[in-house]
Design a binder for this molecule. Structure first.
Ligand SMILES: [Ca+2]
Ligand SMILES: [Ca+2]
Length: 204
């Protein structure tokens, strides 16, 4: 049977639309403590977010603070980062691996990490959200695949939206999927501070 090209295109669009919703659903549960509300041991560092010790020792006066405010963009707590010299400070989050595998099983072309951020007197490189993607090579060894950055936060701002579009098709060979990803909040500025809250992941 002959199929009109328009019908084929329409069918592909419908199939694509139908496939989208399970992928979108699969993005749920990927981030743990995405709004910084949880600090089980009350030490001022949010659960599931950490600074690698090797990075911490290269930064002058790194500070990770949870600020409790009723007007936080999400919930009642937001995150504040500052430093006073040395290398950039990176606060790292490793998303839930089982939830990620569910997302990648739906073969998304891309996913977006979204958040609210606020710059308080930032200079130099300011601050940004950086997502790093890893994949297994032919021997199954974890290998760096690519890095994506948000537009930076600089100077002084109100709460603004920032997002990182992680385009998997741009960095991975066809038919391969990531093994894992790492979300980093990077602060380059030696002045002021940066605030973050309300992270989420949306699949495409
Ligand atoms: Ca919050
Ligand atoms: Ca803690």
């Amino acid at each position: 049977m002959m199929t009109h090209p328009f019908q084929s295109a329409l069918l592909a669009t419908l199939v694509g639309a139908m496939a989208l919703s399970p992928v979108a659903r699969a993005a749920e549960g990927i981030l743990k403590n995405p709004g910084f509300e949880a600090d089980a041991n009350a030490d001022g560092n949010p659960d599931y977010w950490f600074v690698y010790p090797g990075i911490r020792e290269l930064v002058v006066d790194p500070e990770v603070t949870l600020v409790a405010k009723d007007n936080a963009p999400e919930g009642s707590v937001y995150l504040r980062l500052s430093k006073r010299g040395g290398k950039p400070l990176a606060l790292t989050h490793l998303p839930d691996q089982a939830a990620l595998e569910k997302l990648f099983g739906g073969m998304p072309r891309a996913f977006t990490v979204k958040a609210k951020g606020r710059a308080n007197d930032l200079s130099g490189d300011g601050a940004a959200i950086v997502v790093q993607v890893f994949h297994p090579d032919e021997n199954g060894v974890r290998k760096f695949a690519g890095r994506f950055r948000s537009e930076k936060l600089e100077g002084t701002t109100e709460w603004v939206s920032r997002e990182v579009v992680v385009s998997l098709v741009d960095i991975l060979p066809e038919g391969t999927l990531p093994s894992d990803v790492e979300i980093n909040l990077e602060l380059g500025s030696d002045t002021g501070s940066v605030d973050f809250d309300d992270f989420s992941v949306v699949a495409q």
